[in-house]
Structure formats: structure tokens, C-alpha cells
Design a protein around this ligand. Structure first.
Ligand code: PLZ
Length: 443
């Protein structure tokens, strides 16, 4: 699959001397607001490995934030995108269209939940897809209000900052934010006061009550939710919550939008995470995993809703760029050929077994959760449920030093998340988990 040896190798300090040199150049010219989890500069990447310019090979438990599910140099992605590059780089679909765009929309219609007639529009980034889902829902319903949830993340543009719950680092100092955005509770089982068993029913009742009393269901254009909340801490809404919210939306003519930008495309062991409870969203936003690392995003949904916007109302210069579309077709082909849903489920069983062993030894692991290759542990202070962001940062740092890329997330900064490429070898997966175990033991 990938020419890069699938072996961890640490030959310098991390970051090594060449990375440090480049980091100095970077600091001089790259805006300080743009961060990096680990400033090792990449030379090549593929399978479960990122090789840096100092010759270190790091085990990748991040996939560039859930993007390179098929690996960062998947054969079919590289082949199709290269062929497209040689043919033409761009015409602008709004000027003269091309087949790749249409084919991606055909794949989306097949793969997304529900057997109703579907249409799609393609964009460049996840945030842009979410913004357009709101435009489409408003156009269809002739209503304005948008409902989102505690711990939700939807992007960094002005409207999507408003939709995102966490102030630091995403929103701080960047207001004023877009109006007509309302936030309601989500079913966060681990932290629900009356316990996870009651959480789905109680949280959905609270959310619905707030929507009805504070906004008025008849004013709501869209309810937007991540079926597994990503940046907010890999929160799987307690069972019953999503179906109750989806039903409420249906009963009140509200467009139900599943933001599957992080959870979609085999990440959770299903094409889309909302399938887990049989949810059929009206609209679904996708990005990240769709195109094997090329920038592409989509809004897909019921044909009559997607067609609500007037001709010319949706678009953008690069939306559905032909090279990105070719990458998506290669990525989807790879997901089918290698049965990456099955691979994601296998990753879940390996990870959860190993993490459960760690939890038995270390009571700072408060919760283990997630599905497929979207797994996380929530770290707390010993004997409590108090968030432990210090331990989380220290564990991540120790993993990085040993050559394993892990990411953190969560409203309280106390969630260590694992998002390996779905094509990672099982030996690498286990080796990465050995290092996580050592890091936790050391902290
Ligand atoms: N919706 C559910 O996860 C992006 C953000 C990283 P863009 N998540 C990673 C960061 O710190 O910027 C995301 C997501 C969900 C929307 C988005 C936004 O996607 O492609 O980053 O715009």
C-alpha cells in the first residue's frame, strides 16, 4: 500500500534538529495564531506512519484530525488525483462542469442513510459545508433560528464559530458572532447528574423544552448535531437522544442536519455514525475522510430541500475541485475494497480491550468511549470526576517524545483521542498502545 516502512523509529530528539531549524523559520513568517500539535516537519506519510525530515518515523494516531482514513498516500487516491492533475487542475464547476463532481454526488447519494431522492453540493472545507447547510435549511423553511448543542464543534468561520460551543481557542476575541443561534443540552452520559441510564431521555426532554419555550419550534430552520461529538470530547450522545431530537425535528418541519465531518466515512465502523441508531438525517455534512487528504466537503440531503436555494445561490470558486473529487473517488474506492468499516470495528475491539486494562490500573482514566477508530479516554483526578487536563497534556507529550502522535480534545481539555488511519497495521496499533500505556503509567 505505502512505500514507507511501517515501523516506528526514533533517531533524534523529537522534534529533531532539522525540524527545530524549520520551526525557527516558521515562527518568523507564519502567523502565531496558527498552531501545531507537534512541530516535527513531515517528509512523507502513509499507512500508519508519518516520517519527519530528521528521519524519525512516528506512529500516527491522529490521521491529520480524522482525515487520512485510507492513509496519507493511498494508492487509489494518488493515482486518480495524479491523472486528474495531468488532465486539468480547475475550470470552476460554475463555469464549465466536469464528471468527477457528478460522480462524487452519485457516491454520496448511494452511501448516505435513507433511500429517498438525494442531491449534493460540494465545497472546500467542513465549515463551509456547515454554513451552506444553514443557508439551504433557511431557504427551505423560510425560518431563521439554528439550534446546536453543548460541546458541539462546527468550524472557525463567523457563522460556524457561533455554532461552536467552546470559547478558547476557537472564538475568544473574534466576535461579534452570527445571530439566531441557540444552544441546548446534549446527552453527555459520563457527566449527566442522574447517571448515564437516564441521560438520553432527560437530556432530550430538556433540549426539546428549551427549543419549544425559548425559541419556538416554528421559528427553527435547522437542528445541527454531530452524531459523535468530536472536538467536544468524543461524546456519544446517550442512547435515545438522537432519535428523540430527530423525531422532534420531523414533527415540527425543522431540517435535521447530521454534521458527520469528523465521524463520517467509515470512521466509526459504519459509513456514517448516525446509522448506529437508524437516524436518517434531512441533510448531512461531510468533509475530512471523504477525499483521502484533499480538501473537499459536501452537503447531501433530501432533493426537495437541497433544491430550495435559488439557481446560483450556492457555489464558490473551488468547490468540488476536480483533483479533490478524483481523490474522493479514490478514497471511497479504497474504503469499499479494503472494507474499512470492518477495519474500524477491529481497531475498536483492540483499543477498547487495551484501554480497559489501563483503566483497571489507573483510576485517572474516568471513561473510555467512542466507536470504531474514533476512540477516546477522559482523564480525571484520582477518585473524582474532576477534569485532569494537566495529566492529559503530560501523557500526550510523553507519547510524542516516544514517537506516537496522539491528539487531545474536550471542552475541559481532558480527553485523549485516538484517530488512527483505518489502514494501520495491527502491530503498529498495538505498539502505539504500548507507548500510551507507558505514558499513562509514568504520569
Ligand atoms: N464539523 C464535526 O470536526 C473540524 C477542527 C480542527 P473544517 N474539526 C477539526 C481545528 O482546530 O480547526 C470540523 C468538525 C466538525 C466541522 C468541522 C470544520 O471542518 O474542514 O476544519 O472547516
Amino acid at each position: 500500500m505505502s512505500a514507507i516502512p511501517q515501523e516506528r523509529r526514533v533517531v533524534t530528539a523529537i522534534p529533531g534538529p532539522k525540524s527545530q531549524e524549520l520551526q525557527a523559520r516558521r515562527t518568523a513568517v507564519v502567523a502565531g495564531g496558527v498552531g501545531s500539535v507537534l512541530p516535527v516537519f513531515t517528509a512523507r506519510a502513509g499507512g500508519g506512519i508519518i516520517e519527519d525530515i530528521d528521519g524519525n518515523r512516528l506512529i500516527d494516531f491522529g490521521s491529520g484530525i480524522a482525515v487520512t482514513s485510507v492513509g496519507a498516500s493511498a494508492e487509489a487516491v494518488v493515482r486518480r488525483a495524479s491523472a486528474q492533475l495531468a488532465d486539468f487542475t480547475h475550470t470552476c464547476f460554475m463555469v464549465t462542469p466536469y464528471e468527477g463532481y457528478v460522480e462524487v454526488c452519485e457516491r454520496l447519494a448511494e452511501l448516505t442513510p435513507g433511500d429517498h431522492a438525494k442531491k449534493s453540493a460540494l465545497f472546500n472545507s467542513g465549515a463551509e459545508a456547515v454554513e451552506n447547510a444553514v443557508k439551504i435549511a433557511r431557504s427551505h423553511t423560510k425560518r431563521q433560528a439554528v439550534v446546536v448543542f453543548d460541546h458541539g464543534y462546527h468550524g472557525r468561520t463567523n457563522l460556524t464559530m457561533a455554532l461552536t460551543s467552546k470559547n478558547m481557542p476557537y472564538k475568544h476575541g473574534f466576535g461579534p458572532f452570527a445571530p439566531e443561534v441557540y444552544r441546548v443540552p446534549v446527552a453527555y452520559g459520563y457527566r449527566w447528574p442522574t447517571g448515564p441510564e437516564n441521560c438520553g431521555a432527560e437530556a432530550s426532554a430538556q433540549a426539546i423544552d428549551q427549543i419549544s419555550k425559548q425559541i419556538g419550534a416554528e421559528n427553527v430552520a435547522a437542528i445541527i448535531i454531530e452524531p459523535v461529538l468530536g472536538e467536544g470530547g468524543f461524546i456519544e450522545p446517550a442512547k435515545g437522544f438522537l432519535p428523540a431530537i430527530a423525531q422532534f425535528a420531523k414533527d415540527n418541519g425543522i431540517v435535521f442536519v447530521a454534521d458527520e465531518i469528523q465521524s463520517g466515512f467509515c470512521r466509526t465502523g459504519q459509513w456514517f455514525a448516525c446509522e448506529d441508531e437508524g437516524i436518517v438525517p434531512d441533510l448531512i455534512t461531510t468533509a475530512k475522510g471523504i477525499a483521502g487528504g484533499l480538501p473537499l466537503a459536501a452537503v447531501t440531503g433530501r432533493a426537495e430541500i437541497m433544491d430550495a436555494a435559488h439557481a446560483g445561490g450556492l457555489g464558490g470558486t473551488y468547490g468540488g475541485n476536480p483533483v479533490a473529487c478524483a481523490g474522493a473517488l479514490g478514497s471511497i474506492e479504497t474504503m469499499k475494497e479494503l472494507d474499512l468499516n470492518a477495519k474500524a470495528k477491529r481497531i475498536e475491539s483492540v483499543m477498547k480491550a487495551r484501554l480497559t486494562e489501563m483503566q483497571e490500573k489507573h483510576d485517572i482514566i474516568g471513561d473510555i468511549r467512542g466507536r470504531g477508530a474514533m476512540i477516546a479516554i477522559e482523564l480525571v483526578k484520582s477518585g473524582t470526576k474532576d477534569p485532569n487536563p494537566e495529566a492529559t497534556a503530560a501523557i500526550a507529550k510523553a507519547c510524542h517524545a516516544a514517537g506516537v502522535i496522539v491528539l487531545t480534545c474536550g471542552t475541559y481539555g481532558n480527553v485523549l483521542r485516538f484517530l488512527p488511519p483505518l489502514v494501520i497495521g495491527e502491530d503498529l496499533l498495538n505498539e502505539g498502545l504500548d507507548i500510551v500505556a507507558e505514558a499513562i503509567a509514568a504520569v
